[in-house]
Design a protein around this ligand. Structure first.
Ligand code: SF4
Length: 302
């Protein structure tokens, strides 16, 4: 029976997969475990190797960074890998669909009445999938639904949502023009911060949403969103003030012309409600995003 990966190991593996993605490798398969084997090897290879089912690997280990001419690699892991680790790597049904509305619907259907993490049994009223323009150039990603969002089934509809709406308006656009989602789609009890494991379990669905929407810029609202999307740990001070090249981890768009987008980090609106002095800093972040998108503010903002 597969064992659950240690969160740190899982995170390291996610970082490794992101690295392979950046090298242009998206398809992964697992070699069958031989009887009595102590280790399981995870092979990473190009699509044709997966299709042909022939096992080709270079027997490189975790420390071997060099790739063979066929861009194949083997990563030795000390534990069995649970099935869903690579769930987001496999081709997803929505990747054959060009209509983003249909594709998002397929992702929602795949999510179903989700019980993949403990948040499903901790008092959620409903899953908060995401809302907005399925072809948005700009996406905002928060942490998780609060009480209002849980009740209404839509992200950012409470007080923090009102502030986010004002921030969007200040950029000269309407809420309906952007797409808004969260790292986790179920309300953490008492509005606690979602656990890393919960973020890791839920965020692949967000990654698929991003790959379908193909925004030009994603704005991560707060540290949880930033750290999950970027798979890195740093303070908000370190994370803000620059763009990151972002590709949804483990998934590729059906559009070969979309090779990821820019990602910026700013404060979560709930934090700005608690510390309004930081609004000016958040506005600086949004101005940076506006410049990237060629947008002009309709009025002077501070
Ligand atoms: S938070 Fe996400 S993974 Fe967890 S139960 Fe809800 S939809 Fe499923």
């Amino acid at each position: 029976m597969p064992r659950t990966l240690d969160p740190e190991l899982r995170r390291a593996l996610a970082a490794r997969i992101r690295y392979y993605n950046e090298m242009g490798i998206f398809d992964f398969y697992r070699r069958p475990r031989s009887a009595g084997a102590e280790e399981v090897s995870i092979s990473v290879d190009e699509a044709e190797a997966v299709v042909s089912t022939s096992t080709v690997s270079t027997n490189q280990t975790e420390s071997g960074e060099e790739m063979s001419p066929r861009k194949a690699a083997t990563v030795a892991m000390p534990v069995a890998i649970e099935e869903d680790i690579f769930e987001v790597i496999a081709l997803k049904p929505e990747q054959s669909v060009s209509d983003p509305v249909k594709a998002l619907k397929m992702i929602r259907e795949d999510l179903g009445d989700c019980t993949r993490c403990v948040l499903h049994k901790q008092g959620r009223k409903q899953i908060v999938f995401g809302v907005g323009n399925p072809k948005a150039e700009l996406m905002f990603v928060g942490e998780g639904p609060g009480a209002d969002e849980d009740a209404q089934g839509e992200p950012f509809v409470g007080r923090a949502g009102q502030l986010l709406n004002n921030m969007i308006k200040a950029m000269g656009i309407e809420r309906e023009q952007v797409y808004i989602a969260n790292i986790v789609k179920c309300r953490p009890p008492g509005n606690r911060t979602p656990e890393r494991e919960e973020c890791a379990t839920c965020s692949p669905f967000l990654m698929r949403q991003i790959a379908v929407i193909k925004p030009k810029v994603v704005v991560a609202l707060g540290a949880v969103a930033a750290k999950t999307l970027l798979a890195m740990s740093a303070s908000m001070m370190q994370l803000r003030g620059r763009f990151y090249d972002f590709r949804p981890a483990g998934i590729r768009s059906n559009d070969p012309n979309w090779d990821g987008c820019k990602l910026a980090v700013t404060y979560h609106p709930a934090f700005l409600l608690r510390d309004p002095r930081q609004k000016g800093e958040a506005w600086k972040d949004l101005q940076m995003v506006m410049k990237e998108l060629g947008m002009k503010a309709p009025r002077s903002n501070t």
